[in-house]
Design a protein around this ligand. Sequence first.
Ligand code: SAH
Length: 349
Amino acid sequence: MNRAVSSVRTRHLGSFCTSSSSPASEAWDGRFRLHKPRGQHLLTNPRVLDAIVRHAALRPGDAVLEVGPGTGNLTARLLASPVESVAAVEIDPRMVEAVTARAAALDLAQKLTVIHGDAVETDFPEFNVCVANIPYGISSPLIAKLLFGTYQFRTATLLLQKEFAQRLVAVPGDSEYNRLAANVRMVADVKLLMDVSKRDFVPMPRVDSSLVEIRPRAVMPDVDLTEWLAFTRECFGQKNKTLGAIFKQKRKILDLCKRSQRTERCTGGATGRGIILGVLDDGNDEACGDDDSSDRAAVLSEEEVGAFKEKIAGAFESTELAAKRPSKMSNDELLRLLRLFNEQGIRFQ
Ligand code: SAH
């Protein structure tokens, strides 16, 4: 059905300048209410939409994944590019209908698969490139899913909230440097491509945006990623404290001791989907020592705790790392400490 694209009412949309009656129009006709809590801010500036596709450097044969196509402003351009196919995951049935109609009106429906579902929960079809103006509320779990799930792709070109993008590209020593940046940097190179004004969206959001390229590393680091993610959670919970101080806290010692004992008992550790999706929450999570561990209530003897403290001291003894602060450390340094901990039998997952 073409209602979605044929009944476009003209509206003044800032720098928007193509004919609003064209089937490829970016204009928003107000045919239904846009929900801000769902991140429904449509990108309507054709120059920015073109630039996103240009930056994505799509190739013939690419299978593109788009998250949150909305009414299809970006989708239309992806479909018109030389790619093989586009799969778009959209949570709102009204948008599913709109983007489907948009592709039909452009006579490009054969290249498009629309998946109605929550992009955080739904399994993605095979893709080798991701291009999307995503709902900003799912930035962390989505990036975690892309990078720490089972997907293999060349690049993800994502429009993100500007502050989030800045945290993502931060380097050790920057005030924004955090767990998100450290974890993402471990498996990918991240590049800021361009800033996008909030005036380029309808309805206008409160925040500006930035386009970012995430390129997974060709060679992945030789580390158990679940262990790494659990380790950085501990370190970046209090990223400006010294590591020595962080790992001296009684609550943390008890928690880690129980975790290490549990990991010793169970082979494989906990590598559930929930862990992966939660690992990139990038706040300064002061309460992270309060992780729910199933055997939290287990009582440890004084000897056990004493022996465990010695293991921690043993890990630090051989290096100068105790005086360092996570917010200023490279991943190589953090990885070195994780290895020293692991050698002592201290486990984080
Ligand atoms: N990409 C479009 C629309 C961006 S608005 C454009 O640039 O114009 C964000 C879109 O993501 C909306 O269509 C919204 O319904 C959808 N969305 C929100 N949460 C989602 C989720 N969890 N999974 C998939 N889509 C989601």
